[in-house]
Design a protein around this ligand. Structure first.
Ligand code: NDP
Length: 265
C-alpha cells in the first residue's frame, strides 16, 4: 500500500482525503497499486520535507500555509510552480527525488476553458491569487490585482502585473472578477467595499469565488446583479485530478479521474 497525504494547518476541513481515497479505491487495479491518502496537521513548515520522508510517503498535497515551504524544499520544481514559487503537489520520483508541481494554476484554468475572457481582476494577493494570476497571464489574459494592503503586492509588481491598493482603485470593466481572499468564508464580509464591488461586477461576464461549499456574500451580490457566478468547487476537483494524475504516473486519463471525483464531491 502506498501512502499519500495532505499537509496543512488547519487541515481538518480538507476534502482531499475523501476525494483521493475514493479514486485510489476506484482505480487501484488500473494503476497497479493500492493507495491510502491521509491528512497531517503540520506545526512547523521547516519540517515539511523531513516529515514527508519520515511518513514514507509516495506523494502529497500541500495546502495553506506551507506551499512556499514545499517550493523551497523540493529537489526540483517542474512546470508553472517554478515560476510562481509555490508548490501544492509533491511526487517521489526517480532515486527518491522530491519533485514539486503546482496544480492549482492549471486546475483553475481548466474551469474557464469554455469562456473567451480577455481581462481579469483578481481581488487578493496571497498564494491562490498568485497561481491564478500566473496562469491567466501565461494564457494571454490581461490581469489586474487588487489588494487591501501592500503586504503581498510587491512580488506581483516585480513580475510586471498591474496592481492597486483596493482603497484607491478606480472601477473599470473586467470580463472575469475573482475573489481570491477568504472574505466570506468565516464572516459575512465582502472582499472589497460594497459600492466599488457593485460597480465592478455590473460590467463583469463572470464572478468567480475560489471559496467552495458556501454561498459567500461575494457570490450573493453577483447573483443579485444577475452576473454569471461560480464557486471554487470545480477548481478543487481539477487541481486534485491533476495531482492524482501525477500520483499514478499518468496511467489514468484525466477525464476519467475528474469524472470519478465529481461522483464523491
Ligand atoms: P492567503 O492567506 O495566501 O491570501 C489571502 C489574501 O486575501 C491576502 O491578499 C489578504 O490580504 C487578503 N484578505 C484576507 N482577508 C481579507 C478580507 N477580509 N478582505 C479583503 N482581503 C482579504 O490565502 P490563499 O490565497 O491561499 O486563499 C484564499 C482563498 O482561496 C481561501 O479562502 C481558500 O479557501 C481559497 N482557495 C480555494 C482553492 C480551491 O481549490 N477552490 C485553492 C486555494 C485557495 P493581505 O495581503 O492584506 O493580508
Amino acid at each position: 500500500m502506498r501512502q499519500f497525504c495532505v499537509f496543512g494547518n488547519p487541515i481538518a476541513h480538507s476534502k482531499s482525503p475523501l476525494i483521493h481515497n475514493f479514486v485510489f479505491s476506484s482505480f487501484s487495479s488500473q494503476i497497479g497499486f493500492e493507495g491510502f491518502y491521509g491528512q497531517y496537521l503540520l506545526e512547523d513548515g521547516e519540517k515539511l520535507r523531513q516529515t514527508f520522508y519520515q511518513l514514507e510517503l509516495s506523494g502529497a498535497n500541500i495546502t495553506v500555509p506551507f506551499k512556499e515551504y514545499a517550493y523551497t524544499q523540493s529537489d526540483e520544481v517542474k512546470g508553472i510552480g517554478s515560476r510562481i514559487g509555490s508548490v501544492n503537489t509533491w511526487v517521489l520520483e526517480d532515486n527518491h527525488r522530491l519533485i514539486g508541481y503546482n496544480t492549482d494554476a492549471e486546475g483553475f484554468y481548466q474551469t474557464i476553458l469554455d469562456y473567451n475572457f480577455q481581462t481579469a481582476l483578481i481581488i487578493g494577493a496571497g498564494g491562490s491569487a498568485k497561481a491564478v494570476a500566473y496562469i491567466l497571464k501565461e494564457k494571454g489574459i490581461k490581469v489586474c490585482i487588487l489588494n487591501r494592503s501592500k503586504n503581498h503586492l510587491e512580488s506581483f509588481i516585480q513580475n510586471g502585473f498591474e496592481c492597486y491598493l483596493s482603497d484607491v482603485f478606480m472601477p473599470r470593466a473586467f470580463d472575469l472578477v475573482i475573489n481570491a481572499t477568504p472574505a466570506g468564508l468565516k464572516d459575512t464580509g465582502l472582499p472589497l467595499q460594497e459600492m466599488l464591488l457593485r460597480q465592478i461586477l455590473l460590467d463583469a461576464k463572470m464572478a468567480y469565488d475560489l471559496i467552495y461549499g458556501i454561498s459567500t456574500p461575494f457570490l450573493k451580490l453577483a447573483k443579485e446583479l444577475n452576473i454569471l457566478s461560480r464557486d471554487g468547487k470545480d477548481m478543487l476537483i481539477e487541481q486534485a485530478a491533476l495531482a492524482f494524475e501525477l500520483f499514478c504516473k499518468h496511467k489514468i486519463p484525466l477525464e476519467s479521474i475528474r469524472k470519478q471525483m465529481k461522483l464523491i464531491l
